[in-house]
Design a protein around this ligand. Structure first.
Ligand code: PLP
Length: 399
């Protein structure tokens, strides 16, 4: 097998330089751990960015993949696909939604939601109602529609003109949203917890008022749960923890137990605007990805599994708050379930590098916010290890 340095050299030479990569090639994963090409083991609190919620290579996902790979990997949506119909049955049973559109990623799920919102408003007889309200520091993906929905200037640079029809409002400010709604508005798109924006929680009351605003004006409420879905916040979907049901939800990341798959789900009255010819994806709902997703969903949707994830999250948060009291360099701890963050008063890069050196992978967003997205199966002992390492690293920053 090649060494870290060899793999890094190959990547640099042949792969587009779209990522600021750490100097590490990961070659193996099991449970909460990954290994680099030199054989060094890491506790993984990045989980492929909230993808490997069940840990790496979960036996039930691996088993389902092996079985499906030997039976049927891909056929067109010109035909019925059993694993797809089974997954859709399970997803709708476990959520407010009645129907699922399958795609391959988070950005595609949001593109589908944007198209559905426009089409649905046209079908209702509104002409010229096409605008969607999104929020400052949101992240919805990198393709042009989702990028235009993303209200962070740094992602827009160099790609103008964006798709028109998006209005940005400040997060958690219902008055500002009310003023942004016009006779052109057809939907509101929001992350219940902003992930890439720095793990910012929506206020429960804000989401409730958004829902009411949508009811009053006949707008669709779309939740982007690409990052918050599948147990990340301690419930199967974050909307359950906030007690607000959206009309449309977008999903990806952890849906496939590590395999690429996305979905956009809605109630029947809304999804009926998608008819043959209105939207499609060649790989959407392919047998292999759906088999993996169905296996992953059967694990993550278990009540006892979710309860443990919620309790582990509470424990983790408590330990982070204790660290914050001890270290003046910490500005704030926030999050829900196992989607947690520690904002520093300084750059988080040295802490991230310290942790990596000592065998723990964490992530940093908005440059000063350390983000923790561990596998939902992480143990208290493993959290204690992380907390000890963090504490030492923070002390070093302060000295
Ligand atoms: C990651 C993410 C996306 C984009 O998903 P991709 O699969 O990378 O296209 C969209 N929305 C949210 C909230 C995300 O966290």
């Amino acid at each position: 097998m090649k060494k870290n340095a060899d793999i890094i050299k190959l990547t640099d030479k042949h792969v587009a330089h779209t990522y600021g990569r750490l100097p590490l090639a990961l070659v193996k994963g099991k449970g909460c751990y990954v290994w680099d090409a030199a054989g060094k083991k890491y506790l993984d609190c990045v989980t492929g960015l909230a993808v490997d919620n069940l840990g790496h290579c979960h036996p039930q996902v691996v088993k389902a993949l092996r079985k499906q790979a030997g039976q049927l990997i891909h056929v067109s949506n010109l035909y019925h696909i059993e694993p797809q119909s089974l997954l859709a049955r399970d997803l709708t049973r476990l959520s407010f939604a009645d129907k699922v559109f399958f795609c391959n990623s988070g950005t595609e799920a949001n593109e589908a939601a944007i198209k559905l919102a426009r089409k649905h408003s046209a079908d209702q007889g509104y002409s010229g109602r096409h605008e969607i309200i999104t929020f400052t520091n949101s992240f919805h993906g990198r393709t042009l529609g989702s990028l235009s929905a993303t209200a962070q200037k740094k992602f827009h640079q160099g790609f103008k003109p964006l798709l028109s029809g998006f209005k940005y409002a400040p997060f958690n400010d219902i008055e500002a949203v009310r003023q942004t709604v016009s006779d052109k508005t057809c939907a509101i798109l929001v992350e219940p917890v902003q992930g890439e924006g720095g793990v910012n929680l929506a206020d429960k009351q804000f989401l409730k008022e958004l829902k009411q605003l949508c009811r009053d004006n006949n707008l669709l409420l779309i939740f982007d749960e690409v990052q918050t879905g599948f147990g990340r916040t301690g419930a199967l979907f974050a909307y359950e923890r906030f007690g607000v049901k959206p009309d449309v939800i977008t999903l990806a990341k952890a849906l496939g137990g590590g395999v690429a798959i996305g979905a956009m789900m809605a109630t029947n009255p809304v999804m009926k605007s998608f008819v043959p010819g209105t939207h499609a994806a060649t790989f959407g709902g392919n047998p292999l990805a759906c088999a993996a997703a169905q296996a992953a969903l059967s694990v993550v949707s278990q009540k006892s599994f979710l309860k443990t994830a919620r309790e582990t999250g509470d424990y983790f948060a408590k330990q982070l708050h204790a660290l914050a009291r001890k270290h003046t360099v910490v500005k704030e701890v926030r999050g829900i379930g196992l989607m947690l963050a520690m904002e520093l008063k300084v750059s988080g890069a040295p802490v991230l590098n310290d942790c990596m050196e000592r065998g723990i992978l964490i992530n940093c967003v908005q440059s000063m916010t350390l983000r923790f997205l561990p596998p939902l199966i992480i143990t208290r002992k493993e959290i204690d290890t992380l907390i000890r390492t963090l504490s030492e690293s923070l002390s070093r920053l302060e000295s």
